[in-house]
Design a protein around this ligand. Sequence first.
Ligand code: KDG
Ligand code: MG
Length: 405
Amino acid sequence: MNIRDIKVFICSPGRNFVTVKITTDSGIYGLGDATLNGREMAVVTYLEECVAPCLIGRSAHDIEDIWQYLYRGVYWRKGAVNMAAIAAIDMALWDIKGKAAGLPVYQLLGGRSRRAVTLYGHASGSTIDETLDHCAALVAEGYSAVRLQSAVAGLPATYGVLGDKKDYFELQGSRPLPPEEPWSTKKYFNGVVELFRRARERFGPELNLLHDVHSRLTPIESARLGKLLEPYDLLFLEDASIAENQQSYELIRQHTTTPLAIGETYNTLWDCKELIQNQWIDYIRMAATHAGGITALRRVADFAAIYNVKIAPHGAPDLSPICVAAHMHLNSWAPNFGIQEYVGAGSDACQQIFTNGVTVGNGMASPSEAPGLGVEFDEQAAAQHPYKRSYLPVSRLEDGTLWHW
Ligand code: KDG
Ligand code: MG
């Protein structure tokens, strides 16, 4: 079963997605997600110009060798563009192998470790009340875990929760260049602890609560936030600080028992090797699409398991339903699965383009039982929604200093 053709599609059903389709000479095809938010066309070019020509004629069964060929073989290891391209090829090959075997991918990984995958939803709002009302709606839907984000009072915009970009789903369509959003750690601290105090008051001790700092704090500020949030028993505090110096997390860890999560921008295990090995974190949040696919994430999960670190894959809307499906297969199998971020099935157009995929209900999800990943991709429907250039926002301190994303 040799690779006959590799096509790359880019569509924008509410936001941009890059999709790879590998067709074999047996007629079986596989799908992969290569979406890199704000840098989509770089991955498209890399796939078409540098990757696809090298794979035509090779056995589609050689997932491991193709992964090594694209990683070790290229000299320029790692990197978001490279790893997103490898990821899409890898997912598509697992999809093909599953279809050829007549088995869903989680069975190829070793079978189920659980009945279903626990999800956490997003509750965001311009005020604490709005965030908590949103949380109540998710609880009513059956969610047992919710991420709370509230706009920072006194700032004109907060990423994802205020301004004319209220939701991650939306393209920055009206703005030709990256929008700039202000940040004030002082103003943030004033509101965030109150948000969680009020959440516990309203929802009691059972609900799992999470929060994403988007890396805006220094390590010592993260340590302080973790300490201040301890009474509210978070499931995890995400991306408190950047960990370019992985040892920064040792400092945070020494000061707080609030569980720590990081990893959505990581591309290889090397980005978090010390974080995991030293047990400075509790959850690793790498995504199949940005970390080299199912092959790589499976290795990360096994490595993390040795150190009591759980996987909690990134689940933002800029990961396509193909990545969501890949995550559900991995999550069903991984003995050290923690929780999966989930923000819904996307726009109506998105749901027309990507069909089947995962089953979601009551705050839980299951992968498809169909052979492979179980997602279908409608090429004609995708062609109705052409690519639109869009950038993620940039963060600056109130005096204009460029700040961590
Ligand atoms: O592309 C960036 C988004 O995926 C990111 O901002 C979302 O932080 C995020 C999350 O935890 O979902
Ligand atoms: Mg995040």
